[in-house]
Design a binder for this molecule. Structure first.
Ligand code: AMP
Ligand code: MG
Length: 415
């Protein structure tokens, strides 16, 4: 390959992401109980079958009255009304509010016929079967109107909505005990490398624990997918090929390790041997330049580098949006948001590639501040602990001073 071809085959992060989402297809749908729907992605439009509230009702505890009856009421000259009924929430009045009368009414109870206003209990005094009203009350006061929340026929939620507490509550209020959601894509996570030990195994000289399987499976679950961790594949073409065949049972395959240009980096060769179609294998970023995206036996394949930070960053930038698209999420929300934040300290970078630096993003005096982790090596997994953002240091930038505003790709909640 000539130098210029090699160069041309390095994609920007955006180009790589575009290529990925272009080939990603939606997973199927399933119907789940509302109680199991939290965290899922809605896959049907939700149209309200009825008005909420179903009828006019009182927003306050007080007395349903005719506004005309209490016009001009004051503390000195109260209006006295006859209380003809007491109405708790959940019941319909049996009486009408006729001139000179009132119905004692509790928050949420439907408005009785004849009444057009609710006098709050705080400006009244009850005495036997009567009530003294000390203040006028305008027509419509303290009344929640039928349909003011949701109207029958309104499309309340669209496919692609993330079902969080608000959406789940809304679905319940609309009388939906079941809801159609996107299936959770299955993600097979495969670690490759002879240096790897299973977590909990006795330490051995020259070996380290396979932590990537755990961090990557956790990221897949955070994205809403179902993760399966496969046994470690040894660094031989045969082992890796066999493991890839097994992994391709899943909807998405994610591997770590073995994608650089070392003597034992057999993942690309194994892909070729299995007839996989490689879409790209390098992205102009740091950490994590070698990232393979391929189609393996009809499934999207992500070959992430072995370094514990590189593979997690690669997952956030490439696998995350793929999983979100698979579940039918709208394009705006394939990635977590990007925000602007003020650097808490100086940031340095080699400047040769766009650099994603792990950081803690927090609010200080109403401004977002990014505190980058001190050790930014791609093997320093502790830099991912509590990190909720990746500070984007543009290509060419070698130094950005404290106080400057930078773009940050969020990878977690701001707390
Ligand atoms: P590689 O991308 O295969 O060259 O791996 C680079 C480095 O990442 C290795 O030397 C290991 O130190 C580390 N590494 C590879 N795989 C894992 C893994 N599954 N868990 C933790 N560290 C890993
Ligand atoms: Mg390796």
């Amino acid at each position: 390959m000539s130098n210029s071809t090699v160069h041309a085959s390095i994609l920007t992060v955006e180009q790589a992401r575009d290529r990925i989402v272009e080939v990603i297809r939606h997973v199927g749908l399933e119907r789940v109980a509302l109680s199991d729907a939290h965290g899922r992605v809605l896959a049907e439009p939700i149209v309200a079958a009825y008005d909420i509230p179903a009828r006019d009702n009182t927003a306050m505890d007080g007395y349903a009255v005719r506004a005309g009856d209490v016009e001009g009421a004051t503390r000195e000259k109260p209006v006295t009304l006859e209380v003809v009924e007491t109405l708790p929430a959940g019941y319909v009045a049996s009486r009408r509010v006729e001139p000179g009368t009132a119905i004692r009414i509790m928050t949420g109870a439907p408005m009785p016929d004849g009444a057009d206003s609710v006098v709050i209990v705080e400006v009244t005094e009850s005495e036997g079967d009567t009530v003294r009203v000390f203040r006028p009350s305008k027509p419509g006061a303290s009344i929640r109107r039928r349909g003011e929340d949701v109207r029958a026929g309104d499309t309340v939620l669209l496919p692609g909505a993330d079902l969080r507490a608000g959406e789940i509550g809304q679905l319940a209020s609309l009388g939906r005990p079941f809801v159609t959601v996107a299936r959770r894509p299955t993600v097979a996570v495969l670690s490759t490398g002879d240096e790897l030990l299973e977590v909990g195994a006795a330490p051995e000289e020259g070996k380290l624990v396979n932590s990537n399987a755990f961090s990557l499976a956790s990221l897949a679950r955070e994205a809403g997918a179902l993760a399966t961790v496969l046994p470690i594949a040894r660094a031989t073409p045969e082992d890796i090929s066999a493991a890839l065949v097994a992994a391709s049972e899943a909807a998405v395959v994610v591997t770590s390790g073995g994608v650089s240009v070392g003597d034992f980096d057999f993942v690309k060769a194994a892909l070729d041997a299995l007839g996989a179609e490689t879409n790209f294998w390098r992205v102009a970023m740091k950490p994590g330049k070698p990232v393979v995206f391929a189609e393996l036996r009809g499934k999207p394949f992500f070959g992430l580098p072995g370094n514990p930070v590189s593979c997690m960053v690669g997952f956030h930038l490439f696998v995350w949006p793929a999983l979100r698209k698979m579940m039918g999420v709208v394009p705006d929300r394939w990635m977590r948001p990007e925000v602007l934040a003020e650097l808490a300290g100086d940031v340095r970078s080699s400047g040769d590639r766009r650099n994603y630096q792990r950081a803690v993003i927090s609010w200080r005096d109403g401004r977002l501040v990014a505190e980058t982790k001190r050790a930014q090596g791609s093997g320093v997994l502790s830099s991912m602990v509590a990190a909720n953002g990746l500070v984007i240091v543009p290509e060419g930038a070698k130094h950005i001073a404290a106080g400057e505003t930078v773009r940050v790709q969020l990878i977690g909640e701001i707390v």
